[in-house]
Design a protein around this ligand. Structure first.
Ligand SMILES: NC(=O)c1ccc[n+]([C@@H]2O[C@H](COP(=O)([O-])OP(=O)(O)OC[C@H]3O[C@@H](n4cnc5c(N)ncnc54)[C@H](OP(=O)(O)O)[C@@H]3O)[C@@H](O)[C@H]2O)c1
Length: 350
């Protein structure tokens, strides 16, 4: 008999849901025993209900699971949520109230005062909101969220920089892959040979989520980090991998070489605990003048690292650099799985 922790995937048929199924195949701690989605697909076998878009086949044991409705009667205590944001809010609350650990990708609860928005390398202490959330909501379970995909790479890189040099201002321009819009996503005739300078709600998410992640737990809630973030988000004709051009103004004087050294040598809690999905190094810092590039770098480190390049002085702010990361792995399903691994390592999952 398997000694792995049984887990469910809510929204298992969607783009993020499929990535969960793929990344959880052969996971050393977790085993997918339940898949759930809307009434359009529930009642059918997963292999027949899903329009599978991953490059590897559907894992055999999941193929024959029956798709269940998203009601809190699944036989597991941990659920990963890749639910459409239009329905995720109340469904995730129902599961948490019924005692489930809900690891969510959706935007709905990220900014709730008592919900942790966690990047394990940056703010693992924000899990201390869990007992507060349970008390507030009279809930046996809890909701733990990961950030929006664009926020992920920005907040991850800014974490160590803020701690050591103090951020005063951040400006970021993104070039975001089409896979971030789910499937079928952006119509090909809109995006081929084109750049779309608008992604609904994205800039607002990046500007506020970054400040929550880099904020301070005050014993009750998170005090937002005290610096402004300005984001401009663009959709580009790249399949996977969000690229971000970042400028920062810092409180302490430093050099580009010191920033590179800080990120290169950085090791967070997931690395120290050896969590199964943790990249060996959270940051891959390159000195090459023309990297990172999504085509060459996006699948390195199993899609879980943040790639950093072109760290150099900025004539308006202090420094500027380029970030890149896999938006549906580290920016979505992989981030939730790493959060679940942190919960297990910290003893929350029993
Ligand atoms: N795509 C990304 O890269 C990305 C990155 C970060 C975060 N996110 C967030 O993750 C979530 C999922 O995104 P996605 O791109 O995977 O969306 P998607 O492909 O449209 O999938 C949505 C999933 O939600 C299910 N669903 C829809 N209505 C439902 C209902 N009434 N009850 C139960 N299940 C329902 C769908 O099931 P059916 O198949 O049965 O309709 C499907 O499994 C969103 O909140 C999104 O903002 C996405």
């Amino acid at each position: 008999m398997s000694t792995k922790i049984p887990v469910g995937v809510l929204g298992a048929t969607g783009a993020v849901g499929q990535k969960f199924i793929k990344l959880l195949e052969d996971h050393p701690w977790f085993e997918v025993t339940e898949v759930a989605a809307s009434e359009r697909t529930s009642g059918r076998l997963y292999g027949e209900a899903v329009s599978w878009k991953q490059v590897t086949p559907i894992p055999q044991p999941v193929r024959s699971l029956e798709v269940r409705p998203c009601t809190p009667d699944l036989k597991c205590r941990v659920v990963f949520s890749g639910l459409d944001a239009g329905v995720a809010g109340p469904i995730e609350e129902d599961f948490a109230r019924a005692g489930y650990f809900v690891l969510s990708n959706s935007k709905n609860h990220r900014l709730d005062e008592d919900v942790p928005l966690v990047i394990p390398e940056v703010n693992p202490d924000h899990l201390e909101l869990i007992p507060i959330q349970r008390r507030n909501r009279n809930s046996a379970g809890c909701i733990v969220t990961n950030s929006n995909c664009t926020t992920m790479f920005l907040a991850m890189a800014l974490g160590p920089i803020h701690k050591v040099f103090g951020l005063e201002k951040v400006f970021m321009v993104s070039m975001q892959a089409v896979s971030g819009a789910g499937y079928p996503g952006v119509p090909s005739l809109d995006i081929l040979g084109n750049v779309i300078p608008f992604i609904s709600g994205e800039e607002e998410k990046v500007e506020i989520e970054t400040r929550k992640i880099l904020g301070t737990f005050n014993g009750q809630r998170i005090d937002l980090a005290d610096f402004p973030v300005s984001a401009q988000c663009n959709r580009v004709a790249v399949e996977d991998g969000h690229t971000e051009s970042v400028s920062v103004k810092l409180a302490r004087k430093t050099t580009a070489a010191e920033i590179a050294e800080l990120l290169r040598g950085y090791s967070g809690v997931p690395q120290q605990l050896g969590l199964p999905s943790a990249p060996e190094q959270p940051f891959v810092v390159t000195d090459a003048p023309d990297r990172p590039q999504p085509r060459f770098d996006v699948n390195r480190c199993k899609g879980m690292a943040t790639f950093v390049g072109r760290i150099r002085p900025c004539p308006i702010f202090d420094f500027k650099f380029t970030l890149m990361g896999h938006n549906t792995v580290r920016g979505a399903a992989g981030a939730s799985i790493l959060n679940a691994e942190l919960l297990k390592a910290r003893g929350y999952l029993g």
